[in-house]
Every structure is written in structure tokens, then in C-alpha cells.
Design a protein around this ligand. Structure first.
Ligand SMILES: C[S@@+](CC[C@H](N)C(=O)[O-])C[C@H]1O[C@@H](n2cnc3c(N)ncnc32)[C@H](O)[C@@H]1O
Length: 243
């Protein structure tokens, strides 16, 4: 069958179709990886809330840094270097389906720190780690970029690799922010949903309920331990215990 030329197909190369189709310009195209990884750009995308979100994420992780720590997919900004600095006798595991993203994460580290980052190309929907192999998993702004089916798969895999007694930390958009000025200002909401086509589905999903379903699949249970709303609930940082 003949396909019309579409630029995103060029970026498929092992990436999930949703990622190539909707986010090639943000994560898979080399100039974009350079462009977006600048603090003013990141801050602009997050409506000036980046530092608060980073601080809250690191604060909630504090005290849960012992044992194996997995960062589920690369992120722009300072998170990965900050996490690596906490891994004194240990390593931070990081996975991403895009090799250039993993290389960009490694480039942010000093040579001596690079030994403390185990970066592996992997699809988060199908992790090549054993069951119960991590004490902490951190997911920073990944969930809203996934279609519903992929979100379910990622949560299932996350709950599979988390050991009983472990922590899951998720930094994300909050629940449907229909009272927030950004949501109420239709042109802005439409722009946001144009660039983030799966955000509306994520907004309307009960994250805790989805996590409970994923946990019970593996005969585990999750308990919400901490929840911090940022920017009047437009964003959230949530920490769950897995048993
Ligand atoms: C964490 S998310 C969004 C990060 C956020 N916008 C930021 O930079 O702060 C972006 C990353 O997820 C990766 N990604 C998306 N879907 C994936 C999947 N199924 N498996 C592994 N990596 C994935 C992309 O390649 C990209 O590097």
C-alpha cells in the first residue's frame, strides 16, 4: 500500500507510533532535543512552574533514595543530574525509547558521574527488568503524553517491577482543571490540547484508580502517601507506597 509522504514516519525507527506521529518535533528530532533542553523554554512550557515541580519531586523522593531507583524516560532540564548526585554507591537507572535522549542525559553529567547512570534503550510499555526489581520508580511528565492503551501498559509494567515496600512517584498535570484560568481561557486550552493530544484523556482519568487496577493485576496494592498540588492543582506531585 502506498503512503502519502509524512515526516513523522521518518522518526519511527523503533519508536511507538504515537510518539513519532505526535511528538517527533519535541523528542525525536535532534535539533529539537537541543532546543527544548534550555531552562527558559522548559519553564515556558510549564507556565513558570518548573522549579517548584522539580523541588517538590526531589523533596518527596528524599528518604526513599536507598535501593534501586528507576527514572522512567528522559526529561529535559536538571532532574537527572540532580538524581545522579544522590547515587553515591549506587546508580540511577534510566530508560527511554529514543537513543538520542539517553545520550543527551549522559552528556549532562560529568565523566565521573556517568558511571552512576545506567541508561538503556527500552520501551516503557515493555520493560526488560525482572519483577520486583526496583525500590523506587519516578515518572516525570510522561503519562499525559501517552494514549490510553499505552498509559495502561506503562502502569502495568511499573507495578510489575516495583517490589513490595517500594515507592512510586509521579509528577504530572493534575485532574481536569476546569476551574483553572488556563483551562477556562479557551484559546490557551485549545493550544495546549493541540500540542498535547492525549492530555484531555489523562485529565479525565482517575490516576489512583488506574494504579490500583495495575497493582491488583500483580497481587499488589498501592496507597497514596503524599500529594502536593502545584499551581492551584494544575500540576501534582504524588507519591504512592506499593505493597
Ligand atoms: C518524559 S516524557 C516528557 C518529559 C517532559 N515534557 C520534560 O521534558 O520534562 C518524554 C520522553 O519520553 C520518551 N517516551 C515516550 N514514550 C515512551 C515509551 N513508550 N517508552 C520509552 N520512552 C518513551 C520520549 O522519547 C521522551 O524522551
Amino acid at each position: 500500500m502506498k503512503h502519502r509522504f509524512s515526516i513523522w514516519r521518518y522518526f519511527l525507527d523503533g519508536a511507538p507510533e504515537y510518539l513519532a506521529r505526535h511528538y517527533w518535533w519535541a523528542y525525536l528530532w535532534k535539533p529539537a532535543i537541543w532546543f527544548f533542553d534550555h531552562q527558559p523554554i522548559i519553564n515556558c512550557i510549564l507556565f513558570g512552574q518548573y522549579q517548584r515541580l522539580l523541588d517538590q519531586t526531589l523533596k518527596q523522593l528524599d528518604g526513599h533514595l536507598a535501593g534501586r531507583l528507576l527514572q522512567l524516560t528522559c526529561v529535559y532540564g536538571k532532574l537527572t543530574p540532580k538524581l545522579v548526585k544522590t547515587r553515591h554507591n549506587d546508580a540511577l537507572y534510566i530508560v527511554d525509547v529514543c537513543q538520542e535522549q539517553l545520550q543527551a542525559s549522559l552528556r549532562k553529567l560529568k565523566p565521573a558521574e556517568q558511571d552512576h547512570l545506567i541508561a538503556t534503550r527500552m520501551n516503557a510499555e515493555n520493560l526488560a527488568f525482572s519483577n520486583d526489581s526496583f525500590s523506587t520508580v519516578l515518572i516525570f511528565f510522561l503519562m499525559h503524553e501517552l494514549p490510553a492503551r499505552a498509559r495502561k501498559n506503562v502502569l502495568l509494567e511499573t507495578l510489575r517491577v516495583l517490589t513490595p515496600g517500594s515507592r512510586l512517584l509521579i509528577t504530572e498535570y493534575g485532574y481536569l482543571p476546569d476551574k483553572h484560568w488556563i483551562y477556562r481561557f479557551a484559546p490557551l486550552r485549545q493550544q495546549l490540547l493541540f500540542w498535547e493530544p492525549f492530555l484531555d484523556g489523562f485529565w479525565r482519568e482517575d490516576l489512583t484508580e488506574e494504579l490500583q487496577k495495575a497493582a491488583s493485576h500483580w497481587n499488589k496494592k498501592i496507597t497514596l502517601k503524599q500529594k502536593k498540588l502545584v499551581f492551584n492543582g494544575f500540576y501534582r506531585v504524588v507519591c504512592y507506597q506499593v505493597d
